[in-house]
Design a binder for this molecule. Structure first.
Ligand SMILES: [Fe+2]
Ligand SMILES: [Fe+2]
Length: 311
């Protein structure tokens, strides 16, 4: 076990806290996440050697894997109601980790199965954009964190909308790269607290198309390009760059647009303070049917983004 980096997914906060404590007591290099969407970003980032998760409830990450790569389950069933059953379950998890079960998924094992799938392409794609993303975070503080959060939020909304896991992964990747075109905007414009000139606005309005020019050298996937190009379109046709409306906007771009706006309003910017989740919910509701697709707003309400850990 020593040296293995382990990611455990558990959606119940009390159990997650308990797992974290127990892991620490055993000096395990263990991180506890509470949502399945985190797994995708962590796997894409390649930060963990193995992932462990319960097979029931909201944290059932392994059940959400495509059937072709889903590991066999072992039933770790006793309800997690008391400390004693938690101990039973913990020892079962430990047994699984030491080779007696498959609750734990070795990410190497997963990666082998992903090799034919698009995740590996996505990983390479993100790797290929890493230099430009690094440069970009020097231009605009928080941009890489913003992009990561938007990917997580979009994936979470996608899940609430019942999208299949392939689409959820694409949403995550789209979030990571959606603002890459900002690399061509003057950093002073990006961080300017006051009013922008016409020329500065023009460069802001151009960043989706610039993003496509950068991304299309590395990825041909229409859905990713669509998210980069159309993440500032509005449902009522008053967005940019193409003033598309409603169903003309690619579906995943409609999801990304809301995730992007949610992150923008709830986090501090150089020119304004972030608002609370409650306040953001009111804004999103007010904008259903104008700025945002009402169905996506419904998914947003069900996705409870305030419960998502993004740090
Ligand atoms: Fe943007
Ligand atoms: Fe953005």
């Amino acid at each position: 076990m020593a040296g293995l980096k382990i990611l455990v997914i558990e959606s119940r906060p009390d159990i997650a806290a308990w797992l974290a404590r127990e892991g620490e007591a055993r000096e395990l290099d263990l991180t506890v996440g509470t949502g399945v969407t985190e797994v995708w970003s962590e796997l894409l980032a390649g930060r963990f050697d193995c992932v462990a998760g319960a097979f029931n409830g909201d944290g059932a990450l392994l059940e959400r894997l495509p059937e072709s790569i889903r590991p066999k389950r072992i039933p770790l069933r006793p309800e997690w109601n008391s400390d004693s059953t938690l101990r039973v379950r913990w020892s079962q998890l430990l047994n699984a980790w030491t080779g007696h079960g498959v609750t734990v998924t070795d990410t190497k094992w997963l990666k082998e199965r992903f090799d034919d799938k698009m995740d590996v392409c996505h990983r390479e794609f993100i790797e290929s954009l890493r230099p430009v993303m690094g440069q970009l975070s020097e231009h605009e503080a928080d941009l890489s964190e913003h992009s990561r959060r938007v990917g997580i939020f979009a994936a979470r909304i996608g899940r609430a909308l019942g999208l299949p896991s392939e689409k959820i992964r694409v949403l995550m990747v789209g979030g990571l790269v959606h603002d890459v075109g900002k690399i061509r905007i003057d950093p002073e414009t990006l961080n300017k607290p006051g009013a922008l000139t016409d020329e500065e606005w023009l460069s802001i309005f151009s960043h989706p198309e610039w993003g496509v020019e950068i991304v299309e050298d590395h990825a041909e996937e229409e859905e990713i390009l669509g998210m980069v190009r159309h993440h500032h379109e509005r449902f009522d046709g008053k967005g940019y760059p193409h003033k598309l409306r409603a169903g003309e906007i690619p579906p995943l771009a409609r999801v990304l647009a809301l995730a992007d706006a949610y992150d923008a309003v709830t986090h501090d910017r150089p020119y304004k303070k972030g608002v609370s989740h409650r306040h953001a919910v009111k804004e999103m509701l007010k904008s259903a049917g104008t700025q945002f697709d009402p169905d996506v707003v419904r998914g947003f309400l069900a996705s409870r983004l305030d419960r998502v850990k993004t740090a």
